[in-house]
Write a protein that binds this ligand. Structure first.
Ligand code: F6P
Length: 357
């Protein structure tokens, strides 16, 4: 009998259920009645506190297109994993509950923070296989994370809709796109949505350059402009700051997010009243797009095959359109940023999109 635990951790995204289904269906195909799957609830929290249930085959049917996660999720910061809280030794509890369930393996679906904890559990001797989940596409070792393409479609839709109202009114609009500390989502949505300016954390912006672009567009008879701003965008001045100084500056900022700061500064420089749209968590909601449904199925099936071969301590990854196992130790603690000379940026620059630098 093979006993497999599954958990989803960190911010949710489209495709979590499609991936869970891919793992489970492959396990049932491979092992028949000789597999038991335990659904661990709300991420590492459930593993720490013993919240899990034995799943049945039917739990994994009809969930391919369903958004969110049937297992629930939560954020459990890696830096607190070895810190006792309320007399709870989290690492010990996780190991104890793994043993209590009699698991042969733990399948973990998550992003960067999740992978640090997954690697820690692997180093602690648990059998772990992971799948790269996040709309941010910032997990090292994989060309693509699931959730990214679906979120990209939604963020693009937002920019499309803003385009029509911006054109009607001849206005300057900022659309703030998620992505945490990297600019993948904004880069793709910005190009797909035809933004005039795209601001990424990887390319610090100069507010005067932004004003120049808006003014030049106006002089050329373009009455509207669309600026796609990554939530992690930073100015050239901010990029020079030490981490502590930057944090203090942002904490003292009288705006809810960087887009409002840019809107105010750019408004003052250009005389435009600049509108800001922040779609926020909308971007990670709803059904996975067809690309993600396929990717999740491939990731899920590959994870189950690793379990069948008793290959543990790996993340399944997409590299050059092949699914490959990448050792967790290589993934944990690294961030996949947008290379500033990547083809997408070069193409965007070629057609006249400004990056505000
Ligand atoms: O990592 C996914 C993500 O949606 C980021 O793009 C965003 O910065 C963050 O999560 C939001 O976190 P929370 O769901 O905790 O508000």
């Amino acid at each position: 009998m093979k006993r497999v635990g599954i958990l989803t951790s960190g911010g949710d995204c489209q495709g979590l259920n499609a991936s869970i289904r891919g793992v489970a269906k492959t396990l049932y195909e491979e092992f028949g009645d000789e597999v038991e799957i335990y659904g661990i609830q709300n991420g590492y929290y459930g593993l720490i506190h013993g919240k899990y249930k034995k799943m049945t085959k039917s739990d994994f049917s009809g969930i391919l297109t369903v958004g969110g996660t049937i297992l629930g999720t939560s954020r459990q910061p890696f830096k607190m994993m070895r810190v006792e809280e309320d007399n709870v030794d989290k690492v010990k509890n996780m190991k104890d509950n793994y043993k209590k369930m009699g698991l042969d393996c733990l399948v973990i679906l998550g992003g960067n923070g999740t992978h640090k904890s997954a690697n820690m559990l692997s180093e602690e001797g648990l059998n772990v296989v992971t799948l790269p989940k996040t709309i941010d596409n910032d997990v090292w070792g994989t060309d693509m994370t699931f959730g990214f393409q679906s979120a990209c479609d939604l963020a693009t839709q937002v920019i499309d809709c803003i385009h029509t109202t911006a054109t009607s009114h001849g206005r300057v609009f900022i659309v703030e796109v998620m992505g945490h500390k990297v600019g993948w989502l904004n880069l793709y949505a910005g190009i797909a949505g035809g933004a005039d300016i795209i601001l990424l954390p990887e390319i610090p912006y100069d507010i005067d350059k932004l004003a120049d672009v808006i003014n030049k567009r106006e002089a050329a008879g373009k009455s509207f402009s669309i600026i796609a701003v990554a939530e992690g965008a930073v100015s050239k001045e901010e990029a020079k700051m030490k981490k502590k100084e930057f944090k203090a500056e942002r904490a003292a900022m009288p705006y809810p997010s960087v887009s409002y700061k840019i809107a105010k500064e750019l408004g003052d420089k250009t005389g435009h009243e600049i509108r800001v749209t922040v779609p926020g968590h909308f971007q990670r909601g709803g059904s996975p797009c067809s690309y993600d449904r396929v990717l999740c199925t491939r990731f899920g099936a590959a994870a189950a095959r690793l379990i069948k071969n008793n290959q543990y301590g790996y993340m399944v990854a997409l590299q050059n359109n092949k699914i490959v196992p990448v050792p967790l130790g290589e993934v944990a603690g690294k961030l996949k940023k947008v290379p500033v000379d990547c083809d997408e940026i070069l193409a965007a620059r070629s057609i006249g999109i400004s990056f505000g630098d």
